[in-house]
Design a binder for this molecule. Structure first.
Ligand code: KG4
Ligand code: ZN
Length: 346
């Protein structure tokens, strides 16, 4: 069985073909980073237009890479939410069109489920597992009980973690997306220099929830102290010493790890007898966070799984894989499936 998956929900246009034996037969991607970089974030209208421009040729490229024809594909899957709705419509309509023309099933994929199940493609992880989903748009702790059975234990009440990385990077004049740049600079930084706050840590009502907006403001205040002025009015990037930048990145990352660990510890692991922690989403590409979580998990006798870096950030192999999982269970979607800007996993 071979499934073609399409991903267009944010700033990556991606197409992949995956089979029932977890073989990734093709995996192609066009990143729009250059297009959005000067705006410091994704511009939805530009993103949707760019998806339209490149998607057709990426589909053909994927087929060429896999040495397959349209007729060899058993179902067409596409991210159908959540995400930037213009982009979601582009990818979903392409998959529906191919499904109609070639008389094959259409499979609507939840982008969060695609991140959530990626390690089942890249490693052998079986249910149940604890899932830490940390991306540019989400920050959630989920109990993945079975396929299609997800219980949300906590989530961010303001910014997503990737967003916090991106905003800190932007304040430091680093390119978009900022996460990888913050991780890189942090390697040479003193993680104890700044004592940033850990919001919600003592809140009994938010045991597994996150809040990153106060942390972001605290970073901003430290930067303002370093440069000696409020930089909201400055038109050019702030000038900060390289060592100060590195120390901010390292201290920010350390506090992020402490926050993640405290929330995961509150997830009451013993009650569910969980043996695996899966980290997914773009921020899971951060190897400092991964190793901190691996150290923490040892105390709970849990194995930690994260996809290889290129499958942490948005890609279509994870979309095709959800297609495989749904196909194997005989779950298909109607051609009238409506695209969803918001689509909860639980
Ligand atoms: O999952 P993703 O590709 O897109 C969404 O679905 O949101 O995640 C993108 C996010 C961006 O905020 C980016 O800065 C962050 O993932 N990211 C990282 C790293 N690589 C990507 N954050 C921290 N460290 C990284 N190495
Ligand atoms: Zn994503």
């Amino acid at each position: 069985m071979k499934i073609l998956g399409i991903e267009t929900s944010c700033d990556e246009t991606a197409v992949a073909i995956v089979d029932g034996e977890k073989k990734i037969l093709a995996n192609v991607l066009n990143s729009q980073i250059d297009l959005h970089q000067k705006y410091g974030g994704v511009v939805p209208e530009l993103a949707a237009r760019s998806h339209i421009e490149v998607l057709d040729s990426l589909i053909l490229e994927a087929l060429r890479e896999a040495k397959l024809d349209f007729g060899d594909i058993d179902a067409f899957a596409a991210t159908s939410g959540p995400g930037l709705i213009g982009g979601v419509i582009v990818g979903m309509m392409a998959a529906k069109t191919l499904a109609s023309v070639f008389k094959k099933p259409f499979i609507a994929v939840n982008h969060l489920e695609a991140h959530a199940l990626t390690t089942r493609l890249t490693s052998d992880v079986s249910f149940p597992y604890l899932l830490l989903l940390i991306s540019g748009g989400h920050c959630q702790i989920i109990l993945a009980k079975n396929f299609g059975d997800y219980q949300k234990l906590g989530e961010t009440i303001d910014d997503a973690l990737g967003e916090a990385f991106d905003k800190v990077a932007q304040m430091l004049g680093l390119p978009y997306p900022g996460g990888p740049h913050v991780e890189n600079l942090a390697k040479n930084g003193d993680e104890k220099r700044f004592n940033f706050p850990r919001p919600l840590l003592n809140s009994k009502d938010h045991l597994c929830d996150f809040s990153f907006s106060g942390l972001k403001t605290a970073v901003r205040r430290e930067i303002e102290k370093l440069i000696g002025e409020d930089f909201s009015h400055l038109t050019s990037p702030v000038k900060i010493l390289a060592q100060d930048k590195a120390d901010i990145c390292a201290s920010f990352q350390r506090v992020v790890c402490e926050i993640l660990i405290s929330r995961l510890t509150n997830a009451n692991l013993s009650e569910f007898n969980l043996k695996s922690l899966v980290i997914a989403g773009g921020v899971a590409a951060n190897r400092y966070i991964l190793s901190a979580l691996q150290k923490w998990a040892q105390d709970f006798d849990m194995a930690v799984f994260a996809p290889p870096i290129k499958f942490c950030t948005d890609n279509a192999a994870m979309v095709a894989w959800v297609g495989v999982e749904k196909f194997q269970r005989g779950i298909f979607d109607d051609i009238n499936f409506k695209p969803k800007a918001r689509w909860n996993l639980s």
